[in-house]
Write a protein that binds this ligand. Sequence first.
Ligand code: ZN
Length: 194
Amino acid sequence: MQDKDQDAFEAAVKTMMKSVGEDPDREGLQKTPERVFKAYEFMYGGYKEDPKAILESAIFTSSNDEMVLIKDIEFYSTCEHHLLPIIGRAHVAYIPDGKVVGLSKIPRVVDVFSRRMQIQEQLTEQIADAIMQTIQPKGVAVVIQARHMCMEMRGVEKINSTTTSSALRGLFKKDEKTRAEFFNLINAPAGNRY
Ligand code: ZN
């Protein structure tokens, strides 16, 4: 049995279809409201997860105080203004201060914040702040490069334009050399993958 929320959601999808001139009862569209519901459950699954809890579940003591960088984390999000896709890559670095986090947790945090209604600037800051508040490193840097379908599909901007945003905290903000090292690393060609 479907619950009431799902029924209301599917009714709303039918209303949208009618309003653009479609017949929601024609064969090809009959199951579409249900499919859209399932897609939304996945795309917005980030509301059900707590990024800080994910990070806190894998924090370890470490004497390492060199930059940890995870480059090219692919993500899919949607803009909160049009609910159209934002497709991009995040580069996340931090400098430990006695604590490190399990590496796989950082892409997961990117994923959780991406699977909410977003703007790119906010997504960038949320990732940086969640890391700052949980691992309490000497600094965090997050750079996101993304394409916005709400600009491309609606013809607002040139096709294939990329938007870059950054959030720098601690040493990455204060220390020019640290910041330069980070930007050099993320701009370096990918090279061979092991
Ligand atoms: Zn938009």
